[in-house]
Design a protein around this ligand. Sequence first.
Ligand SMILES: *[C@@H]1O[C@H](CO)[C@@H](O)[C@H](O)[C@H]1NC(C)=O
Ligand SMILES: *[C@@H]1O[C@H](CO)[C@@H](O)[C@H](O)[C@H]1NC(C)=O
Length: 339
Amino acid sequence: MASLYVLPFLLLLVFFCTIATSYGHVFENYTSLAFEEGYTQIFGDSNLMLVRDGRAVHLSLDERSGAGFASQDLYMHGFFSASIKLPSDYAAGVVVAFYMSNGDVFEKTHDELDFEFLGNIRGREWRLQTNIYGNGSTGVGREERYSLPFDPTEDFHLYSILWSQDRIIFYIDNIPIREMVRSPSMGGDFPSKPMSLYATIWDGSTWATLGGRYKVNYKHSPFVAEFADLVLHGCPVDPVDHLSTCDRHESARYDSVVVSADQRLAMDDFRKKHITYSYCYDRERYPTAPSECAIDTHEAKRVYRSSGERFGIAEGRHGRRHGKRRHRQGSFDFGNFRI
Ligand SMILES: *[C@@H]1O[C@H](CO)[C@@H](O)[C@H](O)[C@H]1NC(C)=O
Ligand SMILES: *[C@@H]1O[C@H](CO)[C@@H](O)[C@H](O)[C@H]1NC(C)=O
């Protein structure tokens, strides 16, 4: 009789083991680079420090400066990844960003894909934001925010971006957390020009933590973010004519990446538990959800419950550029769903 009760659990166990082993196989062959092989410092002098034989980097923020690095090449599509460990303890107002952008090349029509960590308050968890801009469409922020299922200051976790012809996927520890499939009506809002990869730490006192209520306190500095397992696996472009050096086979590799059925289960689960904001449900900013949004009632409910936290929505800048856009969290649309 007892075995009747055990059986479903066994089946569940087998099911979850299958999921666990199937993550990430698409990228299993991608090897990480030493810093000098693919990256260059962009600011911060001695606040950027190479460690572990140049295979990992510390970026610090103190009263003098933040720090940052960028890929030496521009890429047209690819897979970009780093293991990141965030500053521990008190880090209100501190922004750590891992992102792709071409703002230096296309000032008025830039594209951007962001992971941004928005500081914390002692005793509370860090918040993560992802964002997507295409062709300078910064008025159309596509922010999402999440809590994390782990303490990102305790250990390294893997944050990755897949960018192909018609798909963008953000991953944490090889589990997709956000997918955007290009829709025809997005037009230029889908990033479609070569981008570089960036990693930065900077003072985001004015907006990062609870909409700017909690500022950087330099008593606790330096704030140190660690980056390792640096993976740049894309199609580099010629810096002058921006033509891709990838052959069709290589490009097709990225284009063929999709979220598999079991990855989708894991993504849905992550989002159901951890999403706290999505532009797709913000009816104050978007009276009609943008065309690429697929409204999900579970997500809507989760976003609505989290809206009381009032982590003011912020946008992705790497600190040295403008960036005055700020949005309040607005009203939410639940379709037929009743709270
Ligand atoms: C990993 O590399 C091997 C040898 O090049 C190749 O046969 C295999 O298909 C690759 N795996 C993936 C998932 O790309
Ligand atoms: C990007 O913006 C520029 C300037 O506004 C415009 O000329 C161009 O057509 C846009 N590209 C796309 C793909 O929409």
